[in-house]
Design a protein around this ligand. Structure first.
Ligand code: SF4
Length: 379
């Protein structure tokens, strides 16, 4: 008989954990202690939870898994954009990217960090410029695998700091050590809204004051444009922010690089975004990767501006980072600046990402792709 799949402790809400502990006859304060170990102290083992009685730790270990992500590779250095390649319990690889605070992108100016997290292994949406979808879709991430990307990144940063300064990596006795990650963008590998249930559960765990403690307005969900799920998200109580990977302001251009546009063309996407806007009264962000000769013509700026104006959206222009094996190229700096100026000329709030990033496998999904191909002997 096969053993039933165990639930991971980091996929439980406070209520679920309290109910389990109550059923075991444990005092009410135990749930707070467990959550403190998981989210504030980022404990990686049951043994680390030293203020829990041993029999309770044994019971928890019998009932729940406590998976942590294994760091396979890291790129980038302190104070720059850093990529982490993680191995999941089933051997699959995913990426997270830690970005130093940038007031022009998401959230406010501060010394805080934004983490870009993955929600699926691979991606089924097959955007033509993207490394994440190149080898197809493998599976959805579980809530704890999304949550763990934040905790594992913070563990890695803390242990690095420990090596550099001797500072204790997990400050025992400190109930609320400062979070390294204060902003989240759900923009890594995968289409987040195609893993809706697990995504929402993970974000609620990361948002809860007893969990990750990251404000809903500091969490940006990025979608390739799944109109029905955008409407569903509009009906949720949380004020998560929404970004749309637009990359084309006409159906002709968008369909060429994003197959999802056949299913949800721009008119339908815009209607869903208008609903979101009405429900949340928030600025939406359009991500627009500038690809040479594809969507960087000045003729695209007018429809893009019209869409942005109608939906009160701001536009983030991102010069394309070349992906090995794909034919697309980054436009020249002058073209990017010209596109920005034309958009601003139409009255749109827009930013242009100017950092290089070519030194690491900057495009989403590239580090994973390269590592997997090396492992499989194809690279
Ligand atoms: S851009 Fe996003 S939705 Fe499109 S293939 Fe890549 S990961 Fe999937």
């Amino acid at each position: 008989m096969t053993r039933p799949v165990m639930t991971d402790i980091k996929s439980l809400t406070r209520e679920e954990l309290e109910a389990q502990l109550k059923a075991w006859g444990e005092p009410a304060y135990r749930a707070g202690q467990v959550l403190d170990w998981l989210y504030a102290r980022r404990a990686a083992t049951w043994e680390a939870m030293t203020n829990l009685p041993k029999p309770l730790r044994a019971k928890l270990a019998e009932q729940f898994t406590l998976h942590t992500l294994e760091l396979v590779r890291q790129q980038g250095a302190h104070d720059t954009t850093r990529k982490f390649l993680w191995r999941l319990a089933d051997g699959s690889l995913i990426e997270s990217v830690l970005i130093p605070a940038n007031p022009a992108l998401y959230g406010e100016a501060s010394d805080r960090h934004t983490l870009c997290v993955s929600t699926q292994v691979g991606c089924a949406y097959g955007c033509k410029f993207c490394a994440s979808g190149l080898d197809g879709w493998k599976r959805n991430l579980n809530p704890e695998e999304i949550v763990e990307q934040v905790l594992a990144t913070e563990r890695a940063v803390a242990s690095e700091r420990h090596q550099a300064t001797g500072e204790t990596p997990t400050p025992t006795g400190t109930r609320h050590p400062s979070r390294t990650v204060n902003n989240l963008v759900i923009m890594g590998m995968g289409e987040p809204l195609a893993n809706y249930e697990h995504l929402l559960k993970a974000l609620r765990l990361l948002n809860a004051p007893w969990g990750g403690g990251i404000g809903a307005r500091k969490i940006t969900i990025s979608t390739s444009g799944l109109a029905p799920q955008i409407r569903r998200l509009a009906a949720e109580p949380e004020q998560f922010r929404l970004a749309v990977s637009l990359h084309g302001a006409t159906d002709e251009v968008r369909t060429r690089i994003m197959p999802v546009n056949r299913k949800y063309p721009i008119t339908e996407l815009a209607a869903a975004l208008a609903d979101y806007q009405r429900a949340k009264d928030q600025l939406i962000t359009f991500e627009y990767i500038l690809i040479a000769g594809v969507n960087d013509g000045l003729d695209q700026t007018r429809p893009l501006a019209a869409l942005a104006e109608r939906l009160h959206a701001k536009v983030n222009l991102i010069p394309y980072n070349a992906v090995e094996g794909l034919p697309w190229a980054r436009p020249t700096e002058a073209v990017c600046e010209g596109f920005l100026a034309a958009l601003e000329g139409h009255g749109v709030t827009a930013t242009l990402r100017r950092e290089k990033g070519g030194d690491i496998d900057a495009a989403c999904g590239q580090l994973r792709l390269r590592t997997e191909r090396e492992i499989n002997g194809a690279g």
